[in-house]
Ligand binder design. Structure first.
Ligand SMILES: [Zn+2]
Length: 420
């Protein structure tokens, strides 16, 4: 893997065309971030259990990562499920997850409905074991459309599910809770002598905020990687996994990188949100990616304190910081290129490296005006530490093979640039 060069198969080229060839109509991204209160507010907890729906059919939300706020048999052939958020107001990323089984084999219609002003967003994923997932057959899916903020979206959807005694799992995206994240770090990363794990704080509900250290350097040069402030943003997490596995890999580049730079990773910033099946917030009812100035929440404070103490103790510098998310389409939210941090030009070079590696791919880059306000994580990394930074957003429906490839290539280009 020394001379890494992708031989892009045809399907990747098609995906790239889908993602990049419409450069004249590239999505402008979300509205600029506004400062909001990040004081703790009450959240609504789900009533968890097994629901007997008659006719030998049962449903359950009694597991980590589930979200099903109510279910009713609305007629002989239809079960209606209600999905609501942990609290309001909230950005619309309605996570859902439940299990269903039947005493006899049958096809069953199940409708997903949401609270008013919300809409269906994630195409259903199905699993027979809770760990391998595939999308529902689109022929078994219908929706009722409505216009929400100029996008035509579904206010409800109906799935035709094949039920049997074996449990069928239904989920907005593949289920990755705190135990799956631990499984990944233990099996894929902790087997390397150059990876160590520590706990830098506790979430609202007392779950550990885990930090991985990857590298064998003296901490004079460091990078910071975080993911899953927003629980449903699984495609961003999958890109982060590929990125981190590449930095932890066997290539000469990765070995040279780890001798000079230590990479610090918080793979799951919001474990309570992931395990409680939240749409977006932590257990304090707060969007953590608006709390990087006020630090009212323990999850953001843990990362702030770790970084500050590290710099004070070692005299070292964070040269780069990245926060992985998911949204409608692939996009990079960067710091204004006029602002100079510890390695000016790093982020544009990494992104243009991606462009070189995937012919025809036109990255969608949206620099923030850079007013110095540290509302979100990457502004905090930049304005507090001078770390060149960006928010790495992966589309909800970006094909997973491309998500991984892009995560790998981003790590390779970054390591090359940081070692120059
Ligand atoms: Zn996000």
């Amino acid at each position: 893997m020394k001379n890494f060069k992708i031989k892009a198969p045809l399907f990747i080229l098609i995906i790239l065309c889908f993602l990049g060839c419409k450069s004249t109509t590239q999505w402008k991204g979300q509205e600029p971030i506004k400062k909001v209160s990040t004081q703790t507010v009450p959240i609504q907890r789900q009533y968890k259990g097994v629901f007997d729906l008659g006719d030998g059919i049962f449903m359950s939300n009694d597991y980590s990562g589930a979200r099903m706020n109510g279910v009713a048999r609305t007629n002989d052939s239809l079960l209606s499920v209600l999905i609501t958020p942990e609290n309001l107001p909230i950005n619309p990323s309605p996570w859902y997850g439940f299990k269903i089984w039947s005493e006899t084999e049958k096809d069953q219609y199940v409708k997903l409905t949401y609270n008013e002003d919300a809409f269906h967003r994630y195409f259903p994923k199905l699993s027979k074991n809770g760990s391998t997932w595939e999308a529902l057959d689109s022929l078994r899916y219908t929706s009722v459309k409505k216009i929400f903020n100029e996008r035509e979206l579904a206010e409800s959807i109906t799935m035709k599910l094949s039920l049997s005694k074996d449990t069928l799992w239904i989920s907005a995206q593949e289920l990755i809770t705190s135990s799956e994240v631990d499984g990944w770090t233990n099996k894929k990363l902790m087997t390397n002598s150059f990876v160590t794990k520590s706990t830098i704080g506790e979430s609202n509900q007392g779950r550990p905020i885990n930090l991985l250290k990857i590298g064998e350097s003296n901490d004079q040069k460091m990078i910071m990687v975080i993911s899953r402030q927003h629980p449903p943003e699984v495609t961003g997490f999958l890109a982060m996994q590929a990125f981190i596995e590449t930095i932890s890999g066997e290539t000469d580049l990765a070995k040279r990188f780890r001798a000079v730079y230590n990479t610090y990773v918080v793979p799951l910033v919001n474990p309570d949100g992931a395990d409680n099946g939240h749409w977006r917030h932590n257990y304090g009812g707060v969007d953590l990616n608006r709390d990087w100035e006020s630090f009212n929440q323990p999850e953001t404070r843990a990362i702030r304190d770790f970084m500050r103490e590290k710099v004070t103790e070692t005299g070292g510098k964070f040269y780069f910081g990245v926060d992985f998310h998911s949204t409608w389409e692939d996009i990079f939210y960067t710091i204004s290129p006029e602002l100079k941090g510890n390695m000016p030009g790093l982020v544009p070079k990494v992104i243009s490296g991606l462009e070189d590696e995937f012919p025809g791919y036109k990255p969608n880059i949206r620099p923030s005006p850079g007013t110095g306000t540290k509302i979100n994580s990457t502004a905090f990394f930049f304005f507090e530490f001078g770390a060149e930074s960006f928010t790495y957003e992966v589309g909800d429906n970006t094909p997973l093979e491309f998500v991984r490839k892009k995560g790998e290539v981003t790590a390779l280009k970054l390591m090359e640039q940081l070692l120059k």
